[in-house]
Design a protein around this ligand. Structure first.
Ligand SMILES: [Zn+2]
Length: 220
């Protein structure tokens, strides 16, 4: 039953432009967008049994563990499995172990329909990008150097976030690399790497080509 659904996994370091690409795909393609954050919030909102567990964990200051996240992702994939949809997974899997769990759903039925896009941006470029990023103190809008503005459209002042200091960025990238390298190696025969540098238009064009290669076409 490989004609069922397609699962696209989007990987990219902080600052790689993953958020922009995810938004682009959501705008142009008919897809179910599953980000770990969204899925967790939904369960909590709908007060499902997993949702109540998540609420308890978060309420006591804990972190939602792999097992709970795996369960939620599997449940949501099952929900749309018969509708031949394309699922975009953002923020999952985060580790090789999660990827193994994902492959094992329905005794490996979905394994063949999983494809991975990784946005490949060099560390120095990400550092440069993020350290030039500014955030509106009033509304939280983010601006990059390409936007060329000094004040937010809401009139708020643009400031640099503490998280966007160079040392913090390098730390975050290190952590990301440590977790993701085994993951992208695991997916080596299902992954397409897209250089994340270049204009948003160029990146979008490459994403289109990549999805086309997976047999996924734009919304008409
Ligand atoms: Zn603003």
């Amino acid at each position: 039953m490989t004609e069922s659904i397609k699962i696209v996994i989007l990987l990219g370091a902080p600052g790689s432009g993953k958020g922009t690409v995810a938004q682009y795909i959501r705008d142009r393609y008919n897809i179910c967008y599953f980000s770990t954050g969204n899925l967790l919030r939904n369960e909590v909102k709908e007060k499902t049994s997993i949702g109540r567990r998540v609420e308890n964990i978060l309420g006591s200051g804990g972190l939602v563990g792999d097992d709970v996240v795996n369960e939620i992702v599997e449940k949501n994939i099952e929900k749309v499995a018969e509708s031949r949809k394309v699922i975009l997974l953002d923020g999952y899997p985060r580790t090789k172990n999660q990827a193994v769990v994902l492959d094992a759903i329905r005794s490996g039925e979905f394994k063949e329909v999983i494809r991975v896009i990784e946005l490949d941006v060099g560390v120095e470029e990400v550092v440069a990008r993020i350290s030039q990023r500014r955030v509106c103190a009033k509304c939280g809008n983010t601006y990059g150097p390409m936007d060329g503005v000094k004040v937010c459209s809401c009139g708020g002042e643009l400031i640099k976030r503490k998280d966007d200091e160079e040392a913090t960025i390098r730390n975050r990238l290190n952590e990301y690399e440590k977790a993701t390298l085994p993951l992208s190696q695991y997916y080596s025969n299902r992954i397409v790497k897209i250089p994340g540098n270049g204009t948003p238009k160029e990146v979008a064009h490459k994403v289109d080509g990549c999805l086309h290669g997976f047999g996924i076409e734009k919304r008409r």
